[in-house]
Design a protein around this ligand. Structure first.
Ligand code: XLS
Ligand code: MG
Length: 346
């Protein structure tokens, strides 16, 4: 029998967050990059995810040569620690030039800024040894529908994706959809939208997606179905597991925290599609609760991984024969209970 696969895990520096929310300040001290890197090693994670300005802090104030130099230094540090860079993502939601969006801004100058910054992020990815550029299209949408043309915005997004594909013949673009927040409505709210727009680009084979559990839930979808859909296209290249309790602000709870059954079904979908066999990592885009004390800084990460691994065991020990018999008998009533009993351990 084939050996069951071992999953590899990653996390980003932003996942060691300090507890700030729109109503109050930080509740934990901010930690240095070195501290985060050693915490990641201590946890036994395999890779780190980077925004462009996580890799090179204050990136906007630095010359291209300086950015390259610092990216190379980071690569050396990571190699020394045996930690890979999973992806790089341009942060297109912070700078004043991205107030009205990046690629879909109504200002040509600001659209140029977004594309140039994305090309620079690709150069950083090259230095860090990853071919994956993640695009969370935070401000590509509208606060009010009349402010932009939806049709034109699709064309602008395709132009931007094409510019990135042309910049580097090997880079793969992984779109991370989210339906809202910070925007009222985003232009690419679901995996279906991400994979559909890939078809309009000059190299559809290099445009795929990243699923974040909470983002799918905010779109009213089951993340397990999003995983199956993306993997039916061979396009799930990265993953942000977390949890979300219903339609409210983005919570980034520990994996399985709000709905263990939904988490179980995501793990089953990953298992049946062989996620990870082509080198993909399992990322946790989770944050500590605001109440978390500094001495418990890493618990949301270790807890998410523990839950994930226990659910892998649950997926592998699922009573498939019994389930199939109940399905054949259309006895979904008892199938429902079979799943609950399995999760409850009876
Ligand atoms: C925000 C996103 C962001 C991306 C990377 O919700 O999760 O952190 O994952 O740009
Ligand atoms: Mg994410």
């Amino acid at each position: 029998m084939a050996k069951p696969q071992r999953y590899r895990f990653c996390v980003g520096p932003w996942n060691f967050s300090e507890g700030r929310d729109p109503y109050g300040p930080e509740t934990r001290p901010s930690q240095s990059f070195d501290w985060k890197l050693s915490a990641l090693k201590e946890l036994g994670f395999d890779a780190m995810m980077f925004h462009d300005d996580d890799a090179v802090p204050d990136i906007e104030s630095k010359s291209p040569a300086q950015v390259q130099k610092e990216a190379k230094e980071l690569k050396r540090r990571l190699a020394g620690e045996g930690i890979a860079a999973e992806m790089v993502a341009p942060r297109l939601w912070f700078h004043p030039d991205t107030v009205d969006g990046g690629y879909t801004s109504n200002s040509p100058k600001q659209r140029r800024y977004a594309i140039d910054r994305s090309k620079q992020a690709i150069d950083i990815a090259n230095v860090l040894g990853t071919d994956l550029l993640v695009l969370w299209l935070a401000r590509e949408g509208t606060y009010l529908r009349e402010a932009k043309s939806g049709r034109r915005s699709v064309e602008l997004l395709v132009q931007a994706l094409d510019a990135m594909l042309a910049h580097d013949p090997k880079i793969r673009l992984s779109i991370e959809p989210k339906p809202n927040e910070p925007m009222d409505h985003a232009y690419l709210p679901t995996i279906g939208h991400a994979l559909a727009i890939a078809q309009l680009t000059s190299d559809a084979a290099r445009v795929g997606c990243l699923i974040e559990s909470a983002h799918a839930i905010l779109a009213g979808l089951d993340p397990a179905d999003e995983i199956d859909f993306a993997m039916a296209f061979g396009k799930l290249w990265s993953l942000h597991l977390n949890d979300q309790n219903g339609l409210k602000f983005d919570q980034d709870k520990p994996f399985g925290s709000a709905n263990l059954r939904v988490a179980f079904n995501q793990v089953r979908a990953l298992e049946r599609n062989g996620y990870g066999k082509r080198g993909e990592y399992v990322g946790f885009d989770v944050h500590p609760f605001r109440t978390t004390k500094p001495e418990h800084y890493l618990r949301h990460l270790s807890n998410s991984r523990d839950t994930f691994l226990r659910l892998v065991e649950k997926a592998r020990s699922y009573p498939e024969k019994q389930a199939q018999a109940l399905i054949a008998d259309r006895n979904y009533q008892d199938l429902d209970q079979l799943v609950l009993n399995h999760l409850m351990g009876t």
